[in-house]
Design a protein around this ligand. Sequence first.
Ligand code: PMV
Length: 350
Amino acid sequence: MRSVVVSAPGKLMLLGEHAVVYDRPCIVTAIDRRMKVRLSVIKDEVLEVESPKVGIVHYRKLMRDLGMETNGHKVKFVELGVKHFREKFPFGGGVRIETLSEFSCNFGFGSSATITVCVIKALAELFGKKLSNKEIFDLAYKTVLAVQGRGSGFDVASAVFGGTLYFWTGGEVIERLTFGHLPLVIGYTGIKADTVSLIKQVEELRKKDYGKVEGIFDEISVLVKKAKEAIVRSDWKQLGDLMNRDEELLEKLGVGGEKLSLLIKTSLQAGAFGAKLSGAGVGDCMVVLVPEEKKNDVCRAISQAGGEVVEVELGVEGVRIEVQSSERKVQRLYEKIKGDGSGAVKYSIY
Ligand code: PMV
């Protein structure tokens, strides 16, 4: 049985959320928490999915029925990913897909986008299709849109390209930013953000008060462009001010949240340059830019306020093949990443 293991990084939105859904830029960075997908070719004309952490166990569907009457949000990303790939590059037989993740899907690190990207990359590898990163992005983005209805594709781009990206809606611009160490602290609220309904909520507000919301988006657009320059110059004071202004604008859009506000306020009081929500809002994570000497104070303040500090490395590599070889080799790697009790590598099964 031919198999491949592919991994892609999770992401954190730095600035520009919501506005990026409406033809504006954002800045996103890839983090060192990866999603891993093992994909194997099987004889039967079926798709099999094993993703027990999100309740997908022994999922089976005939290849010709892919996309029809699919129950379960998460499995749709996998199913439509395979369907879209197969429409473009027809193949016989079926595939078995197993997922492993180094992060819980509650964090808002982009598990849906990363799974989709891994599936497309793995299929391309197994069926000998030399796809460019942009082609992987296009197929994965098409899939995410088909499931979610709306979304800028920033999370898909981050999973594919990695690094820290200046990204424009739908991948019109995907520019990699080069700079030194970004002194960022991540605080997790413990609350799950519902991205799809928050996008809808902003859409409703925009319909009701078009001028105001477009004005906010324009201001976010200007500050994201300034932030891009500040990052490249490593001007953390200016970047912090821009993050604070972005947070004010996001609150005007109605996507702030009590816990987020508390963690942001305490971080600023503890000496941060700037702090803001990251992603759709209400919950998930917040990002804090800190002077190095204040890092411990800020981390302590976040914990005391009931947040969880999440240590991550930023700007990591995008989607990559972990191993493609005989089934035994893949199995060995898979056992290792599931954790063999040695404590050397600890990943939770997704
Ligand atoms: O909730 P997240 O981390 O997937 O971020 C959503 C960001 C939005 O701008 C609100 C949506 C998007 O697709 O860009």
